[in-house]
Ligand binder design. Structure first.
Ligand code: 26Q
Length: 809
């Protein structure tokens, strides 16, 4: 089909869209109009592909997977779609004939930030691989009117601005107002027995309409085209019917607004889930609309729900959509008269769950009273799930109340979403080997003992086409010329590149590409900020959400120690380095905001120091997002992955840096462990305590002060922070290290890992001086990165968890 598409047909299609939608002649169209027309035509191409794919999926009665996630951090789509479809050069020519550059359209495209970080980006990468591998898949999420806030740094302080992404990107979506579903909140539930059957009646509820907005997802040269369906809350009924006709005009509007608040904004925290009722409502809204949709589609094709679990895999990405479990129970029992037992069997056979965190404070819990009032029917189902669970556990562990109350879904007036997710799904996976082991050993140990077969691992992966082929075209082209283009669909073939680790010409080429990517980044930075960068300095990058456990502070200690060295030794001879930080802090996370201020002020002080600034610079990259990552990763020399061992579930940024030939300085945490295995210890800089050693250190009693006293360098660095930078006071951070502000001193063991980190970073830096050896290691990293492709992760999910097959012509 695509073969019929060429520069000429594209140009004609663009002209027709421009005249039809904007009422101007093609030669008079402005950039925005051309951009919008391009989107319209790409959508047409995808629509045709999608209907062909759907036809075959239906005809083959293929099993489908539904991926539910509160976040899809899709980023810009145009380049990805054109390249996946193999139509970039045709479009470039057609756009040029209208007087514009395709690259300018790319640059102008907004970056929909419908996610916080790793979890949301993973969902987006997975849709790409699912489609490329021809699996029938649908992503479900919410159409937030405002995505994650835009970050401004004003005198070191993070300021949050609304992310108005819709004008510019909403063109990718098709509103299916014909396919809405009602979602009900509040009200009263009465249960009556009629002829031996329980009849549930639900009255006095508030109803909100879920309107689907669909975005088609392309795969790389795939037969498949899949759908990402985002629900938007609309209150048509209340608005039009009752109040409006009675002349209560403003009340009608107000009520309408309350319902529409549901999908107004993405919660900007990815750590401490706040027990906010609006968030719970968002979760139920996603789950209820999606499940009604899945059930209706299934019934339309099969006319029965008896084969539901055989034909549908429902995946919950973290516990946020865990209400899937009671909601599917509700639909099966209340609407389709399933017995509890048959409904439960169907639910557990359909649902699988991925956990993304081990931090106890990040596990979602809801106040039971609030839960009951907002979702009365769901509450009663959750209580019954809990009653049956506890009865089974009582048989297994008679008298062991402590264990049973740990495992309960409802206890101490709280609903525990993680326990609900484990009991209601057939498979639970972690996102790296280490993380999955920790789940079995601690977080879910009780459940693991009861059902060990339920627990498994799928190490995360990234969309390597986006993160290597499209964002680093120079490296991709070198790979095409050396190992051939097979790696684009078979990422493990990157291992062939290792043969070139000793090849002088290839080493020189890789080195040159890195340098040119640094120049591109510097140009981008200049356009963005007006500032300049030294592209001959080492680009050392830590880009991720700001979190204590990710230890931006450990990085700061290192930089302060280097700064100290420069100031105190008269003739320092160190490689020039630029330390980049990027990342947002949750608006209510004051410590994280203080960390940003510290980094920013340290940068300011160094810039004002004529001696220091010759050697080092600290740059805070404002508003780190997907599009920035796409220019930053290819330009990075050193990737900082320095979380406290046992805390980062996986990390995926680490993989994006690696595949772009950066060297990792990291702890044995999350996916770093597997990266070290894949690339070999000689090609990665590992330091610090292991997860096991961390546990032991806590058990034996950790004294931050001992580390402080034992290391001159560390002591000086902490004291230097205490003295402040650029006229600002940071003594609070120094006491955070030494005495603890709220509870424990140095809760993420920065001081314990400092010496090891400083030494290891120093080793990396001196290796950098031998550029040939360094670049050869970079080649080994690129060659070993194939395992960390989402194609591999998705193949594992498909075969081991979802049991779905590819659908081809
Ligand atoms: C929950 C309730 C209320 C408000 C917000 C939330 C919430 C939102 C987002 C909780 C957590 C998140 C996001 C978590 C996340 O991004 N985790 C990361 O997932 C990646 C993909 O698996 C891993 O690589 C990272 O290690 C993990 O931190």
């Amino acid at each position: 089909m695509e073969s019929m598409i060429n520069e000429k047909t594209i140009k004609e299609a663009l002209e027709s869209k421009i005249s039809r939608y904007f009422g101007v002649r093609a030669e008079d169209a402005n950039k925005t109009q051309v951009y919008k027309a391009v989107i319209l035509t790409v959508k047409d191409i995808l629509t045709d592909k999608r209907s062909a794919f759907r036809r075959v999926v239906k005809q083959k009665k293929a099993k489908r997977v539904y991926y539910l996630c509160m976040e899809f951090l899709i980023g810009p789509s145009l380049k990805n779609n054109l390249r996946n479809l193999g139509l970039e050069s045709e479009y470039a020519a057609a756009v040029k004939s209208l007087g514009f550059e395709l690259n300018d359209l790319y640059e102008a495209e907004p970056d929909p930030g419908l996610g916080n970080g790793g979890l949301g980006r993973l969902a987006a990468c997975f849709m790409d691989s699912l489609t490329t591998l021809d699996y029938p898949a649908t992503g479900f999420s919410l159409l937030y009117e405002y995505g994650l806030f835009k970050q401004k740094i004003v005198d070191g302080n993070q300021v949050e601005l609304p992310d108005i992404w819709m004008p510019g990107a909403e063109g990718w979506f098709v509103a299916r107002t014909d396919k809405t579903f009602p979602v009900r909140f509040g009200g009263k539930v009465t249960e009556t027995w009629e002829n031996g059957h329980l009849r549930v009646t639900y009255t006095d509820y508030d109803e909100v309409q879920a309107v689907p907005y669909d975005m088609m997802i392309s795969g790389y040269r795939s037969f498949a085209a899949n759908n990402l369906r985002l629900w938007r809350a609309q209150d048509i009924q209340n608005f039009n019917m009752k109040l409006f006709t009675q002349g209560q005009y403003m009340q009608a509007v107000e009520q309408n607004t309350t319902a529409e608040m549901l999908t107004k904004v993405l919660y900007p925290a990815d750590d401490h889930p706040e027990g906010k009722i609006l968030r719970l409502s968002q979760q139920y809204f996603l789950v209820s609309a999606s499940l009604q949709n899945i059930v209706a589609d299934h019934l339309r094709q099969y006319g029965t729900l008896s084969n539901f679990a055989e034909k549908n895999a429902i995946h919950i990405n973290d516990t946020h959509p865990a209400l899937c479990i009671p909601e599917l129970m509700r639909i099966l029992m209340d609407t389709y008269s399933f017995s509890w037992e048959t409904a439960w069997d169907t639910v557990v056979k359909s649902v699988s769950y991925t956990n993304h965190t081990v931090m106890p404070e990040a596990l979602e819990r809801w106040n039971e009273d609030q839960f009951r009032i907002r979702l009365p029917r769901i509450h009663s189902i959750v209580c019954e799930i809990n009653r049956r669970l506890c009865a089974d556990l009582w048989n297994l562990y008679p008298g062991d109340w402590e264990r049973i109350s740990r495992m309960a879904v409802v206890a101490y007036s709280e609903v525990r979403m993680a326990n609900l997710s484990v009991v209601g799904s057939h498979t639970v996976n972690g996102v790296s080997k280490l993380h999955s082991q920790i789940l079995k050993d601690s977080v879910f140990h009780d459940f693991y003992k009861v059902s060990p077969e339920k627990f498994t691992n799928v190490t995360n992966g990234i969309a390597h086409r986006r993160w290597l082929c499209y964002s680093n075209p120079k490296l991709a082209s070198l790979l095409d010329h050396t190992i051939g283009p097979d790696y684009r669909t078979n990422p493990e073939a990157l291992s062939d590149f290792k043969r070139y680790a000793g090849d002088k010409y290839v080493i020189e080429a890789v080195r040159d590409i890195k340098h040119r990517n640094k120049e591109s980044f510097a140009a981008w930075y200049h356009r963005r900020t007006g500032g300049t960068l030294d592209t001959h300095s080492v680009f050392d990058v830590q880009a991720k959400r700001i979190h204590e456990y990710k230890r931006q502070l450990l990085n700061v200690l290192k930089i302060v120690a280097l700064y100290d060295e420069i100031k105190t030794s008269p003739n320092v001879d160190i490689v020039p380095q630029t330390f980049f930080f990027g990342g947002k802090a949750a608006p209510g996370y004051y410590m994280a905001k203080d960390i940003i201020r510290l980094i920013w002020c340290l940068g300011k002080e160094i810039d004002a120091d004529p001696k220091a600034r010759e050697h080092i610079r600290v740059v805070y990259l404002e508003d780190y997002n997907v599009s920035m990552a796409e220019v930053l990763m290819p330009a990075t020399d050193i990737s900082e992955q320095i979380s406290l061992a046992g805390k980062e579930a996986s990390g995926t940024g680490c993989m994006k840096f690696m595949i772009n030939g950066a060297m990792t300085v990291g702890t044995l945490d999350g996916a770093n462990v597997e990266m070290a295995d894949a690339v070999g210890r000689g090609n990665i800089y590992i330091f610090g305590l292991t997860a096991k050693e961390v546990d032991e250190l806590w058990r034996s009693g950790y004294s931050a002060m001992n580390y402080y006293s034992a290391s001159e360098r560390l002591k000086a660095a902490v004291d230097r922070i205490s003295a402040g930078f650029a006229g600002e006071d940071f003594s609070g951070i120094a006491s955070y290290f030494l005495t603890g502000n709220h509870n424990v001193a140095d809760p993420y063991l920065c001081l314990a890992d400092f010496e090891s980190y400083f030494r290891t970073y120093g080793a990396a830096l001196s290796d950098y001086a031998d550029r040939e050896a360094w670049t050869s290691k970079a080649i080994c990293n690129i060659a070993a990165a194939g395992y960390f492709a989402a194609d591999r992760s998705i193949s594992e999910y498909a075969a081991g968890i979802w049991h779905i097959g590819r659908v081809t012509e």
